[in-house]
Design a protein around this ligand. Structure first.
Ligand code: ZN
Length: 94
């Protein structure tokens, strides 16, 4: 299971990263809050509301598709004059 999915678009001639998208199923602040307050408690909902816009957990779904999703987002905003789209994914385990 991967907690992060990364899609990277690289200019094939220069090797420069043109764009990237990082999706995460993990937010350290949420993890701490869930542990301390309890994920299903009312207090957690109160805590979560102002945190939501800055939450780094921006992907909900199957871990198997997290990289696929990252690449999909990149494709959607891809620009015509890109030379090539190269893609790869990195998986970390915690
Ligand atoms: Zn969070």
């Amino acid at each position: 299971m991967s907690l992060y999915g990364i899609g990277i678009v690289v200019d094939i001639l220069t090797g420069i990263v043109i764009d990237y998208e990082i999706l995460s199923k993990y937010c350290p602040e949420c993890t701490t809050a869930k542990r301390d307050i309890g994920e299903h408690s009312a207090d957690f909902s109160i805590w979560y509301k102002p945190h939501k816009p800055e939450c780094s957990e921006n992907y909900v779904g199957s871990s198997n598709f997290i990289e696929v999703k990252a690449v999909e987002i990149l494709r959607k905003r891809s620009v015509k004059n890109w030379y090539a789209i190269d893609e790869y994914s990195v998986k970390w385990r915690f």
